[in-house]
Design a protein around this ligand. Structure first.
Ligand code: SAM
Length: 286
């Protein structure tokens, strides 16, 4: 019997592969192609247009780091907007905060949600279950354009890469509308790509420049994501008021007693300490 492998080119001459036990489904939607696979090491995982999105084994790193960093800076977050995130992992982490009153999740493609509910309940477990969470199946750019000024405390951009339907979420128009939709205490966390390979670093810098031009405070933090290109991934932290380190409410967050596998309060500070080459990229460009 021939082996079945999922492979993703991380550059023209570098590829990452996972041996697959079986393919669970493959679906072309009006927006993108979605594939689900099952493997020994990473469990169930899914890809969009051939690019890795979520695996059972390492999703905790991404979803904890996108969520707990902003909540540890502003424990009074009540109204949350998740743009993308149809797998539900980010929503699952946000729903752990009892103080959150309302969450809008806007994914352009309802099929991502429905397939994750079928094949990946580990991340989709709160979708259609938590009454605070309302799902909208439309373009995130149009949604934030139409949002009322000051209507959110936190916007989490949990999108695909800046190609295909995700492209509009990496524009100045989008970030400007996010800024308008956020109140004075608002925080934006952006899926910032990787600093390592040239192509990803280029996209990271483009996004960071636009966010820095839009928000008075714009910083970058890092985490380890084994299945993403190079394994070294970044989020952007942007705010009108809060600095992620000097405004960090370490004891208050610890007192919540939330059990996490990746995020912790020592790591919160450490994640903003960037390697020299990343600092130089951010300061001087490519
Ligand atoms: N953690 C993942 C990563 O960084 O690769 C992101 C996963 S999440 C599944 C990405 C979601 O963004 C997809 O479900 C996709 O449908 C959604 N998406 C892409 N473009 C969008 C847009 N313009 N508006 C709303 N959602 C969008």
């Amino acid at each position: 019997m021939t082996d079945l492998w999922y492979s993703e080119f991380h550059t023209d001459d570098v590829k990452f592969s996972i041996k697959v036990n079986r393919q669970l489904c493959s679906e072309q939607t009006p927006f993108q192609r979605i594939d689900f696979f099952e493997s020994d090491t990473f469990g169930v995982f899914f890809t969009i247009d051939g690019l890795m999105m979520v695996t059972q084994k390492d999703e905790f790193a991404y979803h904890e780091m996108i969520t707990h960093v902003p909540f540890a800076v502003n424990p009074d977050i009540r109204r949350v907007l998740i743009v993308g995130g149809g797998d539900g992992g980010t929503a699952r982490e946000v729903c752990r905060y009892q103080t959150v009153e309302h969450i809008d999740l806007v994914d352009i493609d309802e099929r991502v949600v429905r397939l994750c509910q079928k094949y990946l309940p580990q991340t989709a477990c709160v979708l259609d279950k938590d009454p605070r969470l309302q799902m909208h199946f439309e373009d995130g750019l149009a949604f934030v354009r139409a949002a009322q000024a000051g209507s959110y405390d936190l916007i989490l951009v949990d999108s695909t890469d800046p190609v295909g339907p995700g492209e509009g979420l990496f524009t100045t128009d989008f970030y400007t509308n996010c800024s308008r939709a956020l109140g004075g205490n608002g925080i934006l966390i952006n899926q910032h790509e990787s600093p390592f390979y040239t192509h990803y670093a280029h996209e990271m810098l483009r996004a960071h420049k636009k966010i820095s031009d839009t928000f008075p405070i714009a910083q970058v933090y890092q985490f380890h994501m084994p299945t993403y290109p190079s394994g070294h991934w970044l989020f952007g932290f942007a705010s009108k008021r809060f600095d992620p380190i000097t405004d960090f409410r370490c004891e208050e967050w610890a007192a919540l007693g939330l059990k996490t596998r990746y995020y912790n309060t020592a790591l919160h500070r450490a994640a903003f300490a960037l390697p020299t080459y990343v600092r130089e990229l951010l300061e001087h460009g490519e």
